[in-house]
Design a binder for this molecule. Structure first.
Ligand code: HEM
Length: 526
């Protein structure tokens, strides 16, 4: 009979094949018993349907490298409320706009939580607004503090008479800088990879917004910050199986080590800036989000418990959160926008025509022009819908036993919200896979069709909805309007764009070089 020898120092233990077989059978029976009891449902409610899963790994193999596509396909078989198993963890996958609205808006309190995942617990020491498992009083206060800070900042008056608020001023400066950098590089090289320039400019806008600090584009501190965030994204995108097979947490995990180290370096960087803010804090001169958070924390009438949770140290985590959330998202959206523009030259031409007609070339686009540029708005909406570059929201979790569409969902269930499915649902959209901004225009093409606009699902829904949506939309509008008023984008002659995506924190297209031409020569704008 074959036998195995366990390599325990000084004490070799020999196990026979029969013993291994018996152990496997006992393990499988125990696994099925535990599963049976865990999946019992109260009377009148059903267990959510889903595919059969393997012990230990669950449905990991079926998810593959593009889970948004595989889960969209599976939802066609199992429906809008489907249960899969990732590793040893049951995960409920929600699809369909009505189901999302029911769960996240109508039953918002039941679905408001965040699951306990090892990765989340490392980000900002598990104390961030976005990833912390807390969804009670502390989370509410954190969210309110950040909302107030964003609002203050986006309505603060600015020094330039042409801008309505500080954020407009920052974005306009950066967009102009991108235009100049693009043209300079074109002159030197004849083509360029736009991502490199967009990423630095967006980092500068977020940095100005968070810490009131704007850098030169070749400043080493800014470039370090961009690299750090990039590495952070890559480490997070590599995924962490231990989130779903908890016993792996006890094994060495190189990716998580890198992740923890990056997180620590990022926190140190922010801590330094927050400390500087404390030293020069002036209640009558709130310059940025950090100032606003310090101001609110110092004066709030919070009860003592909560005050400890939102202590000054935690401000670092909140600022960290906003920086992280507002950086990769906007860069990716802008980068996708340029990609669609070079592929769909007819769409780019229509945007140029609209800009020429409404704004002309004598002045720069402003935020107040937004209602006058419906085609531009429709283009941005279609970029967000078609790319669905954040295919899932951040995972949610149920805060109590509940039911959805007649299915029983126990407390603590991890929830994946499939935004990609909603944005490509044939029941909701005409030709969902075709890129067509016109679908968002009203009948006489003078404005947007609100019914269509409201179906686009990229910022999440309900109580956990993205807190930066307003800023994100205005930032995309201003950047693109300023870029497109002055520039025409086209593909490098010998190049065919590969639109396949890399799955990560956000869906990214492959990097490529393009050509850029100045539309009007010798301008002298305000
Ligand atoms: C196009 C750009 C953006 C997109 C598509 C986007 C999308 C999202 C999504 C899908 C979520 C998760 C919602 C959920 O879990 O249900 C989220 C959360 C969040 N976003 Fe954004 N976002 C963008 C830009 C921004 C910006 C610019 C900021 C900050 C200024 C921001 C701050 C946040 C924060 C703090 C959360 C966590 C909210 C919470 O857990 O309570 N986002 N965003």
């Amino acid at each position: 009979m074959t036998s195995f020898v366990l390599p325990i120092p000084n004490n070799k233990i020999s196990i026979s094949t029969t013993e291994v077989l018996i152990a496997s059978v006992v393990f499988s029976v125990l696994f099925l018993i535990v599963r049976y009891f865990r999946e019992r449902t109260p009377k009148g409610l059903k267990k959510p349907p889903g595919p059969w899963s393997f012990p230990v790994i669950g449905n990991i193999l079926e998810l593959g490298k593009k889970p948004h596509l595989s889960l969209t396909k599976m939802s066609q078989t199992y429906g809008d409320v489907m249960q899969i198993q990732i590793g040893t963890r049951p995960v409920l996958v929600l699809s369909g706009l009505n189901t999302l609205k029911q769960a996240l808006i109508k039953q918002g309190d039941d679905f408001i939580g965040r699951p306990h995942l090892q990765t989340f617990s490392f980000i900002g020491d598990g104390q961030t607004l976005s990833f912390s498992t807390d969804s009670g009083e502390v989370w509410k206060i954190r969210r309110r503090l950040v909302q107030n800070a964003l609002r203050t900042f986006s309505t603060s008056p600015c020094s330039m008479s042409t801008s309505s608020c500080l954020i407009e001023e920052h974005i306009c400066n950066e967009a102009e800088y991108v235009v100049a950098s693009f043209l300079k590089k074109m002159e030197e090289k004849g083509s360029l990879d736009p991502y490199r320039y967009l990423v630095v400019s967006v980092a500068n806008v977020v940095s100005a917004m968070c810490y009131g600090k704007r850098y030169n584009h070749d400043d080493q501190e800014l470039l370090n910050l961009v690299n750090l965030t990039d590495e952070f994204g890559k480490a997070a995108a590599a995924g962490n199986l231990a989130d779903f097979i908890p016993m792996l947490q006890y094994l060495p995990n190189q990716t998580m080590k890198v992740f923890v180290d990056l997180n620590r370096r990022f926190q140190c960087f922010v801590q330094k800036l927050v400390n500087e803010h404390y030293k020069s804090f002036d209640k009558n001169n709130i310059r940025d989000i950090t100032d606003s958070l310090i101001d609110q924390c110092q004066e709030k009438k919070m009860d003592e418990d909560v005050k400890i949770q939102i202590s000054n140290q935690k401000i670092v985590n909140l600022v960290n959160d906003i920086f992280g959330a507002g950086f990769d998202t906007i860069t990716t959206a802008l980068s996708w926008s340029l990609t669609y523009l070079v592929i769909h030259k007819d769409v780019q031409q229509k945007i140029h025509e609209e800009l020429d007609q409404v704004i002309g070339k004598e002045r720069r686009p402003r935020l107040s022009d937004r209602p006058l540029l419906p085609y531009m708005e429709a283009f941005i909406l279609e970029v967000l819908r078609h790319s669905s570059f954040i295919p899932f929201t951040i995972p949610h979790c149920t805060t109590r036993d509940t039911s959805l569409n007649g299915y029983f969902i126990p407390e603590g269930t991890c929830i994946f919200v499939n935004q990609w499915q909603v944005n490509h649902d044939e029941k909701l959209w005409r030709d969902p896979y075709t890129f067509d901004p016109e679908r968002f225009l009203n009948a006489d093409r003078t404005g947007l069709d609100k019914n269509e606009v409201d179906k686009v699902t990229v910022f999440g829904l309900g109580k956990r909805k993205c807190i930066g949506e307003t800023i994100a939309r205005l930032e995309l509008f201003l950047f693109l309007a300023i870029l497109l008023q002055q520039l025409e984008f086209s593909m490098k002659d010998d190049q065919k764009l590969d639109l396949s995506t890399e799955y990560g924190l956000t869906l990214k297209h492959k990097r490529y070089e393009l050509k850029i031409r100045q539309r009007f020569l010798n301008e002298n704008k305000e």
